[in-house]
Structure formats: structure tokens, C-alpha cells
Design a protein around this ligand. Structure first.
Ligand SMILES: Nc1ncnc2c1ncn2[C@@H]1O[C@H](COP(=O)(O)OP(=O)(O)O)[C@@H](O)[C@H]1O
Ligand SMILES: [Mg+2]
Length: 230
């Protein structure tokens, strides 16, 4: 387990930021981001959005939490086609410039949701994970709870560790599984910090209930110096 705040002095200027990445697309990164934005009283930023603009992740987070617009930082790149960012950009005759993807500075915590899984290309020279490495911030890895997660999650952890990216923990999303949490911790050597069940309704209230039940305030205060105003 890594304590990014103490182990990495370069991280201090953005100490209050966390990257939410995932083992795949559609794995629950946006829902987990909403959970963290509310719990940590944070800003939300989805720097690269590919997919339907009407249903952007920023809009989803804003709708779920009924969040004021000022808590959402605008995307730097938005593409219509729901494909990998590198190709979505090419289809619109654009190119994602990694130098433009600078971390916004805020006095409050910032939750950054990445695009797709870790090995998704941002352009023809760069993968999402290279950008995460450049940002030098701790990550929360979102993975599914059920069948298939052992392979995807252990591979993702291996890729993160190889690049010395600090990992706060894994959040498993979906029906609680009898064995996977134990096996992932055993082989991955990274804690499962929450197990988010399938929620009938996604709202500020249902996410707050999960935040409280899973003692996430304690978990996050332990690893990142964050003032939580609640
Ligand atoms: N715990 C959950 N309970 C209910 N619905 C969920 C949950 N997690 C994800 N979903 C739904 O699954 C879909 C994919 O989740 P999302 O957070 O958008 O994934 P990602 O951001 O990784 O692409 C969305 O429709 C979302 O509302
Ligand atoms: Mg998303």
C-alpha cells in the first residue's frame, strides 16, 4: 500500500487530487467519481470525453449529485464518436496534445476521471497510463466485482506498479463476490477500499449512504491530506 502524500514530495502541489481509472470502459468510473466528488467535497474533471456529448460524464456526475456547474471543470477534448480517444480525435481531424493536458489548480480536492481503461491510446504515441504517470497523482482503480475481474485487475495493477504510479486502492463495482476481494488483495497486494453494490437508483442520497457504510471518509483521510467539510 502506498501513502502518496508522504512518499512523493512532487505531489504536494496537487496533493488533493485523485485519479479515478478503471480496468475497462463501462466499469463504473463515473459512478465512483460521483461518490468521491460528493464524499470529498471535490471538483470533477473529465479531461478527455469521447462519446455522446449530451450524455457526457460531466453531465452525468452533475445530474446524479445535483452538483453546481462550478464544481465541474470543463473537458479539454470532447469527441462525438464513442471510440478510443485517439481514433475519436482522428475522425474529427484533431490531435490530443499531451502538453495541453495540464492539471487544473484548485484549493479543493479534484477528482479526475480518465478515458476508458489504462492502455487506451490518447494519440498514436501515448497511452492513458503514460498520462497518469506524467500527472504523478495517486489512483483509485475501479474494477468489476464478478467474473473476469481477476485477470483484468491484476494486469492493471501490474501495469500501474511497473510505472511506480501510487495506488490508493481498488473499488469493486457490482454484486458482492464471495472470493474475488480476498484473491485480488492476496495477489495484487493492494487493498479493496470499497465494494459498491448495484444501486437501484443513483443519487446523491444513495451514494452518501454507501460512503458512510463503507467508512470511506476514514479511508481517504488516512491516505490523502484532505479536509472534508462534513
Ligand atoms: N454501482 C452501480 N449501480 C447502478 N448502476 C451502475 C453502477 N455502476 C455503474 N452503473 C451504471 O453502469 C453504466 C456504466 O457505468 P459508468 O460509471 O458510466 O462507467 P465508466 O465511467 O467506467 O464508463 C452506467 O449506465 C452507470 O449508471
Ligand atoms: Mg465514465
Amino acid at each position: 500500500m502506498v501513502n502518496p502524500a508522504s512518499s512523493n514530495p512532487e505531489m504536494n502541489s496537487h496533493q488533493q487530487s485523485i485519479i479515478v481509472c478503471g480496468t475497462d470502459t463501462d466499469i463504473g468510473k463515473t459512478v465512483v467519481s460521483a461518490l468521491l466528488v460528493q464524499g470529498l467535497n471535490a471538483f470533477y474533471w473529465k479531461p478527455i470525453q469521447s462519446g455522446l456529448l449530451d450524455d457526457s460524464d460531466s453531465n452525468t456526475v452533475s445530474k446524479i449529485l445535483n452538483l453546481p456547474q462550478e464544481r465541474i471543470i470543463s473537458e479539454l477534448y470532447k469527441f462525438k464518436t464513442p471510440v478510443s480517444p485517439h481514433w475519436a480525435a482522428e475522425k474529427e481531424k484533431k490531435w490530443i496534445d499531451p502538453n495541453s493536458l495540464k492539471l487544473p489548480i484548485r484549493n479543493q480536492p479534484l477528482i479526475i476521471e480518465t478515458a476508458g481503461g489504462l492502455m487506451v491510446p490518447i494519440n498514436r504515441d501515448l497511452l492513458q497510463i503514460n498520462l497518469i504517470q506524467k500527472w504523478n497523482l495517486p489512483v483509485v482503480l475501479v474494477a468489476k466485482s464478478g467474473l473476469g475481474t481477476l485477470n483484468h485487475t491484476l494486469l492493471s495493477l501490474e501495469a500501474l506498479k511497473k510505472r511506480e504510479i501510487p495506488i490508493l486502492g481498488i473499488i469493486l463495482n457490482g454484486e458482492i463476490h464471495q472470493d474475488n476481494p480476498k484473491t485480488l488483495e492476496q495477489f495484487g497486494k493492494i487493498p479493496i477500499i470499497a465494494q459498491l453494490p448495484r444501486l437501484k437508483e443513483l443519487s446523491s442520497k444513495t451514494l452518501q449512504k454507501q460512503w458512510d457504510q463503507q467508512s470511506l471518509k476514514i479511508t481517504f483521510q488516512k491516505y490523502v491530506k484532505i479536509e472534508i467539510n462534513q
